[in-house]
Ligand binder design. Structure first.
Ligand SMILES: Nc1ncnc2c1ncn2[C@@H]1O[C@H](COP(=O)(O)OP(=O)(O)O)[C@@H](O)[C@H]1O
Ligand SMILES: [Mg+2]
Length: 276
């Protein structure tokens, strides 16, 4: 668990994504941005604007229809252990213990069983789950399951961690604790993090920069630098600088939601049959 020396730089240039279907569906349009290695980026925007699609593209699950996508200068052409994804609904195997779930990721890389298990134990301890190695996912709380999920991703030493509303299903208190845990992990391992959330407070508490997306097809509406000192105290959310940033984010997102509603209404009107 060493410093990452700035690995994990992401370059998106004119990334467009069309999803297959009966009609060509434009999910993302010409996204261009550069993310430094070790940077923490939050992504917000109206629901359906393409946030998950963007993460899936960086993960390599989804090939862009146009543009260039590079991690550390290398074109992304499929999933890889250098990029780990944490979903809201975790991907733990219910019939495996916490330890086996975390160790499982290493099996593919051919690490011998003994070493897999000892490294898995180390990572479970890292996320504060020492003593829970033998529990099955159903025997763990939602927050604990997400910690196992995070350990499962971290064990591969990803340069990039992609998080798709990872704390969205947790209660407020657990969510706050998970945010602090994540910041602690990020501070120690320094992966690049792309963190999708619909919670503006959460976006600002965590990030170096917030990427605000437009309504569909998603484009980058604005990149907001969160120049708040770290570590950020719990009461940062009532600081005037924080509130100013929050107002800006809120105004942008609300404007995009409004535009998407108007767009939807107009589209519906066009589709109405013309009466003679
Ligand atoms: N497999 C698919 N086929 C067609 N449309 C899809 C598919 N998956 C998602 N979409 C649509 O693409 C848009 C972007 O989806 P998504 O990236 O999940 O948005 P977000 O995560 O911002 O809510 C949405 O309008 C969604 O309905
Ligand atoms: Mg989504």
């Amino acid at each position: 668990m060493t410093d990452r020396n700035d690995a994990g730089r992401i370059d998106l240039r004119d990334i467009s994504i069309h999803l297959p279907g009966k009609v060509r569906f434009e999910a993302l349009r010409q996204i261009t941005t550069r993310i430094d290695g070790g940077e923490f980026i939050s992504i917000i925007g109206p629901s359906g604007c393409g946030k998950s699609t963007l993460l899936n593209a960086v993960a390599g699950y989804l090939a862009p229809s146009g543009g260039q996508l590079r991690v550390d200068g290398e074109p992304v052409d499929g999933p890889g252990p250098d990029r780990g994804m944490v979903f809201q609904q975790n991907s733990l195997l219910p019939w495996r213990t916490a330890l086996d779930n975390v160790a499982f990721g290493l099996k593919m890389s051919g690490v011998p069983r003994g070493e897999r298990l000892s490294r898995a134990a180390e990572f479970l301890e890292f996320v504060g789950l020492k003593g829970f190695e033998d529990r099955y996912p159903a025997q763990l709380s939602g927050g604990m399951q997400q910690r196992v999920e995070i350990a499962r991703v971290l064990i591969n030493h990803p340069r990039v961690v992609l998080m798709d509303e990872p704390f969205g299903a947790l209660d407020a208190q657990t969510r706050e604790r998970m945010q602090q845990l994540l910041l602690d992990i990020w501070g120690r391992l320094r992966p690049t993090v792309l963190f999708v959330t619909h919670d503006i407070d959460e976006a600002l508490i965590l990030a170096d920069r917030v990427l605000v997306m437009t309504h569909r097809p998603g484009q980058v509406r604005e990149e907001i630098v969160v120049d708040l000192p770290r570590p950020r105290p719990e009461d940062i959310i009532v600081a005037p600088e924080f509130i100013a940033l929050k107002k800006r984010c809120l105004a942008l997102v609300q404007d995009e939601v409004r535009k998407s509603l108007i767009g939807g209404l107009e589209a519906a009107r066009i589709e109405l049959p013309v009466e003679a």
